[in-house]
Design a protein around this ligand. Structure first.
Ligand code: GDP
Ligand code: MN
Length: 349
């Protein structure tokens, strides 16, 4: 695996000590955010972070999607904050409602049960539509059609470090299709039958499974059971063509027909992650150790101080989640034989 920073963007690589950047090199990429009008100011905070650390130098577009029309205040405020073009899309009703084959009474009973058991978001109906939408539809929205790569941004996140290189172009130049900053195991109560449903799909579509995949990362027993490890999808920089391809499209249809988005509470994070782990060769997946990221309650803060100082990271490495017991990123490093950053062992709890 190549290092995270392309040579031409290293500090001091031009006369002014600033990266040399040619806008002609921009690729077809956009930020994408699913949000409600009420998310505006938490989202504004996220946009500020992303713009200040990265996008003010690159001016990539930003697509906003909502199941209700965005109001003028939302549009005017976000347009003023984003340095690239902004676009606002309404989600078609059939992508944010019950498909005809779903038994809505069964779904309501499942929500009640999960609410009683205090499963996180277990009683929520909109959360289920959100997870289904992020799994099966955001990449099909007409506003996304012209793009090849996207970066998903949610309200209330933080970007801790400067990104002094075109991260989209880096993904493309290095053949990466999916990337993450934080990984952890999913709550098993939300996905009781997700793995069995996945296995059915693989039996019917063995051609979907990539050689040199990451099955080892998501299963500790050669595929019998799912260990819950997933990339936390509130941060994603990825290639839209992966979701658009047959392997994933048909996987989503299979999951959707099985009904677990409603009868259980399948999250888009395990769905995306299982797909990336099985349908991509592992070298197409990338862990960003140089971006620095926060989404409540977990931090990614580079533990190597050379990285933190070089990138002006504003975070406390004692809070870094990467090397702790509950993180799945340790296993990711181990099975991929990646070199761990200097001093990682001081940050395991
Ligand atoms: P969490 O990160 O799992 O706690 O879930 P969030 O509440 O952050 O929701 C994930 C993403 O979906 C965020 O970008 C939210 O703004 C968005 N979102 C969640 N629920 C809805 C909804 O009902 N409508 C719309 N338009 N966006 C939503
Ligand atoms: Mn969130």
């Amino acid at each position: 695996q190549k290092g995270p920073v392309p040579k031409q963007f290293e500090k001091g690589s031009s006369k002014q000590g600033k990266p040399v950047y040619n806008k002609d090199e921009k690729i077809k990429a956009t930020f994408v955010t699913l949000a409600r009008n009420s998310d505006l100011f938490q989202l504004l905070d996220s946009i500020r972070q992303v713009e200040d650390r990265f996008n003010r130098k690159y001016n990539y577009d930003w697509v906003f999607l909502n199941d209700k029309p965005f109001d003028d205040n939302f549009i005017e405020t976000t347009s003023a904050a984003v340095s690239g073009k902004t676009k606002y899309g309404l989600i078609p009703t059939d992508q944010w409602s019950y498909p005809p084959w779903i038994d809505q009474e069964k779904a309501a009973l499942a929500r009640e049960k999960m609410r009683e058991k205090k499963v996180i978001y277990g009683g929520s109906e909109p959360y289920r539509h959100m997870c289904r939408y992020e799994s099966g539809f955001f990449w099909r929205h007409e506003l996304m059609a012209e793009y090849e790569y996207y970066w998903r941004v949610e309200p209330d996140i933080k970007i801790y470090c400067d990104i002094d290189y075109d991260i989209f172009k880096w993904m493309k130049d290095n053949g990466k299709d999916y990337s993450f900053t934080i990984s952890l195991p999913e709550y098993k109560e939300t996905i009781p039958t997700l793995w069995d449903t996945t296995k059915q799909y693989i039996e019917a579509h063995p051609e979907a499974v990539a050689d040199n995949n990451l099955l080892e990362w998501i299963s500790d027993d050669g595929g019998k059971t799912y260990n819950g490890c997933h990339f936390w999808s509130n941060f994603e920089i990825a290639n839209l063509n992966f979701w658009r391809g047959d392997a994933y499209r048909q996987y989503f249809e299979h999951l959707d027909k099985a009904g677990g988005f409603f009868y259980e509470r399948w999250g888009d994070a395990p769905v995306h992650s299982i797909a990336a782990a099985l349908f991509l060769p592992r070298e197409k997946i990338h862990f960003f150790e140089d971006v620095g990221y926060f989404h409540v309650p977990f931090h990614n803060c580079p533990v190597d101080k050379d990285v933190r100082f070089e990138r002006n990271c504003a975070c406390n490495p004692d809070k870094d989640f990467t090397w702790r017991g509950y993180s799945c990123t340790t296993k990711y490093y181990t099975i991929n034989n990646l070199k761990r950053p200097k001093g990682w062992e001081k940050y395991t709890q």
